[in-house]
Write a protein that binds this ligand. Structure first.
Ligand code: NAP
Length: 284
């Protein structure tokens, strides 16, 4: 068994398959999730369960966060029985959630004051890549802490790259997700246009996926459109969060503005569904 004890907070669509990779790699993993029911599958795989973030960090050397947003991060660090109510000296906290560079910088300073380390390490890829350990991980923060946890990150991703100081990973991730939003809206609009002109979705996607603009994204989301299956791998509400975070740090291009308007409108009806559910908004 790997000797490093790892704590994990956040067992959503991504957190569960990512934590599973660490258990499969023979790490000792302890978990905490706000909604207790989501802890069951990992407990069955051998993970320990902690009652609070404070209890969790007390028993682990490295702690990973994979939760929704800045609000969740603030509550986990600063809330009652949060991480900052424990002794975090020498602990390395890796925040893999997609959050603002600002909250990463705030938490990194506070962690350093308390003798711990904070790395922002968001991921590119979705549930499929998480299930196969093929995520792309982008990191900001202390170089020594990064080198120490790199072998752990490489159990979840096919690459883990440090881009610079705290927040650099978050900025890169927001840039990537702005492209994700544009791809998604572009695919949804293209399919809608073709349908309106009498071309079947299945025929159009067959052409796209065998042509020069094919990619993993058009394949996976194309299959979802054909199956009319909008079960969330990446919830639509999260792309609204990410576009707003990108806007807050300066993204103001015409396409990004249009995408934000489109996804915000779609989120009112389809926020809990996968982001490709935006096609229902566009068709509607
Ligand atoms: P998700 O399925 O919505 O899960 C969110 C997790 O955050 C749940 O464990 C939830 O706990 C927890 N959480 C939310 N608010 C909280 C709070 N105030 N206090 C404590 N825990 C809280 O999200 P996900 O798809 O796994 O994504 C997680 C992060 O990764 C997000 O930042 C997302 O943008 C990013 N991301 C997602 C994908 C993807 O394809 N899904 C890909 C790359 C990056 P409960 O179970 O109690 O609600």
């Amino acid at each position: 068994m790997n000797t490093t004890k790892i704590g994990w907070i956040g067992l959503g669509n991504m957190g569960i398959p990512m934590a599973e990779q660490l258990i499969k790699a023979d790490y000792s993993v302890a978990v905490y999730n706000r909604s207790k029911a989501k802890e069951t599958s990992l407990k069955e795989m051998g993970a320990l369960v902690a009652a609070t973030p404070k209890d969790l960090i007390s028993q682990t050397a490295v702690l990973v966060l994979m939760v929704s947003d800045d609000v969740a991060i603030d509550q986990i660090f600063n809330g009652a029985d949060g991480l900052f109510s424990a002794d975090i000296s020498d602990k390395i906290i890796i925040n893999m959630s997609t959050v603002s560079p600002a909250i990463s910088k705030e938490m990194a300073v506070l962690c350093k004051e308390k003798g711990g380390y904070y790395l922002d390490a968001p991921v590119s890829g979705s549930v499929k890549q998480a299930e196969t350990g093929q995520l792309v991980i982008m990191v900001g923060g202390d170089i020594t802490a990064f080198e120490q946890v790199k072998p752990i990150l490489e159990k979840m991703g096919k690459m883990a790259v440090r881009l610079g100081d705290t927040g650099a990973g978050n900025v890169a991730k927001l840039a990537i997700n702005s492209l994700l939003a544009l791809y998604t809206q572009g695919l949804a609009e293209t399919v809608t246009f073709a349908n309106q002109q009498g071309i079947e979705t299945v025929d159009l996607l067959n052409l796209i996926n065998n042509g020069a603009i094919a990619n993993i994204f058009t394949k996976i989301k194309g299959d979802a459109i054909i199956a009319d299956n909008y079960k969330p791998a990446f919830a639509l509400k999260h792309i609204v969060k990410d576009l707003n975070l990108a806007k807050a740090i300066g993204l103001a291009s015409p396409l990004a503005k249009t995408a934000l308007t489109t996804f915000e409108a779609a989120s009112e009806k389809y926020g809990e569904e996968d982001l490709i559910a935006v096609i229902k908004q566009i068709k509607g």
